[in-house]
Design a binder for this molecule. Structure first.
Ligand code: BEZ
Length: 211
């Protein structure tokens, strides 16, 4: 069965472009964005992996480690990184997992036979410091991902973990958030700042009162 939200992210020991690692140990106390791509030396993938490297400061600011995976070898990954760096004017500092046996791809259900062959599709797993799968996305091989959206999703997860709130459509850091429907508007006005009642079930706020 496919991994579901709230499941523990499967652990594995693997070769990567940076040598062998054990996934849970490598993740440590960080959030992780684990993302697969179909193959090295392919165009969409080259743009995607460069973008992830360009966003390095953004991942660091959120305590996120990134790690890529495809069914190619570590030697191929190392050779390909030179192209990614040249095209993206960047420096890939994160590991790329070598998965020729497809054990990581199978554990994370990244191979979708309807997508043409036995390479991985473009899967994304956002994993929290407790190693729980918190958000997944699956893109077909022909469609490059938007990593700004993945950063936004990390922001939303971290915000909703810190306080009892939800995030509305298109929310971004600093925007108003939503008071849980289980809290009455009267209680919300005591617990949250600047509460606005749009409907009895839809109340927005700048966030919980501090102190
Ligand atoms: C690409 O990265 O361009 C790509 C790789 C595999 C299938 C389709 C596109």
């Amino acid at each position: 069965m496919a991994l579901q939200l709230g499941d523990t992210a499967p652990d594995f020991t693997t070769d990567t472009s940076q040598g062998e690692l054990s996934f849970h140990d490598w993740a440590g106390d960080s959030w992780v964005v684990l993302f697969s791509h179909p193959a090295d030396f392919t165009p969409v993938c080259t743009t995607e992996l460069g973008r992830v490297a360009q966003l390095n400061d953004e991942w660091n600011a959120r305590g996120v480690k990134t790690i890529a995976v495809s069914v190619d070898s570590a030697d191929d990954h190392v050779k390909w990184i030179a192209d990614i760096n040249e095209f993206g004017k960047t420096d890939v500092g994160y590991p790329i997992i070598a998965d020729p046996e497809k054990s990581v791809a199978e554990a994370y259900d990244m191979i979708h036979p309807g997508e043409g062959d036995t390479s991985s599709v473009r899967s994304v797993f956002i994993i929290d410091p407790a190693k729980k799968v918190r958000l997944t996305m699956t893109y077909p091989k022909s469609v490059g991902r938007n990593f700004d959206e993945i950063l936004r999703a990390v922001d939303a997860l971290q915000t909703t973990d810190k306080a009892a709130v939800s995030t509305p459509v298109d929310w971004k850091q600093g925007d108003r958030v939503i008071v849980p429907p289980t809290v009455s508007t009267a209680d919300a006005k005591e617990k949250y700042d600047d509460v606005e009642e749009h409907f009895p079930y839809l109340r927005t706020t700048t966030g919980p009162k501090q102190g």
